[in-house]
Design a binder for this molecule. Sequence first.
Ligand code: ADP
Length: 479
Amino acid sequence: MTVLRKNLIDGEWLGEAGSRNINPSNTNDVVGEYASAGPEEAKQAIAAAKAAFPAWSRSGPLARHAVLKKTSDEIMARKDEIGRSLAREEGKTLAEGVGETIRAAQLFDFFAGETLRLSGEMVPSVRPGVGVEMTREGVGVVGIITPWNFPIAIPAWKIAPALAYGNTIVFKPAELVPESAWTIVDILHRAGLPKGVLNLVMGKGSVVGQAMLDSPDVNAISFTGSVGTGKRVAAASVEHMRKFQLEMGGKNPLVVLDDADLGTAVDCAVNGAYFSTGQRCTASSRLIVTEGIHDRFVDAVKERLDKLVIGDALDAKTQIGPVVDQTQLKQDEDYIAIGRQEGAELAFGGDRLERGTPGFYLQPALFVGSSNAMRISREEIFGPVANVIRVKDYDEALTVANDTPFGLTSGICTTSLKHATHFRRNSEAGMVMVNLPTAGVDFHVPFGGRKGSSYGPREQGRYAMEFYTTVKTAYTFAG
Ligand code: ADP
């Protein structure tokens, strides 16, 4: 029997059954039943967050530290159970689900520490007898809108700093993954947050999300999702003169040079392009390979893809789980058809797979003979699909790598210090990896991109403070 998960508004669990979500590895398996908020509930949640802000913003470091630390400890203690539930609702493997849960615990732990490290500056004014004090204050009510691909880590890396720096929150998770969102809110609530400080409004983006965008009482919005919705967030936020931060798509290049260690390059490509079913904004979707290693690299990647175990996310042997849902599966298949029409050669995979249970299983797809001008090179597919672009040398590889509307991550596999150094400096991406997959980042350092991938200050690490605080400069005349 499924339990109805409700929305949390002003400290109360509210709402009637609205939606069910299903396990993408087995569509007969209903994960849970969830309340679905409408515009009125969104308004109540915003009002509750607004009312809770003055007290929470003045609560002091110890109260915030206690809640964040307790939350981290509970998530860590329940990592296997939460990780399994995450894998069940999103379709990433058990190992990835547990790993992501641990990441969430680490994020809460990091920001628990940050509450105790807040500082300011004091300087003499140019006017004798006057002191100037610079401090940081919370921004107010923060709207947090998250996507389905990291159901617990992305909410954690937004909620933890928002609370640490004294903000109150209205949190709208993606429709496909309410269970992970509900779990994290339940833990935070029980950890002792005062009512109204954190509000959960599960529901449709076009209804609940839009109500947040349209409210003059939401002082900042942190959004991760598609470019299209990101632009709506931006336009609505400018209208209200509010702070906003966007993390959107990627079309991340992995450059493989002739002098690369082949084993490392294949590991980076297969991990970066296909793990988590390719559903990461940091996935390596363009494999840019120089002529001398091209054929050996392609053969070795195909050999590795052939051995990957694709199946039920909850089976411990599975290395690649299903695609998240029917809509995403159709998008992946449409792009595979587009790649073929554009003249790229499908060198491996791309077919639907049958498994013991009805699920959205897709064989990883590898295109060769593609150009950087093709749609499969320019548009984010967000599935287990990558294409190899053959280039003459390093210079051409760098040009192709940077020739994209996006700029989240990039990577290079090489044993040349000269090329690695040049690439680090000249890659137009927010995060650059040398001999590492483009996906897979630490929790204590900044995350974010350039160009069409991101907008606003970086997330995570101490840099998160830029978005979740505003600076006050105070002048005092002491005579
Ligand atoms: P994805 O392709 O990753 O699902 P979306 O941009 O559609 O990307 O969704 C990311 C988040 O944005 C989800 O929580 C979704 O519900 C929300 N969202 C979708 N439409 C809107 C909207 N009009 N206003 C605010 N949020 C929205």
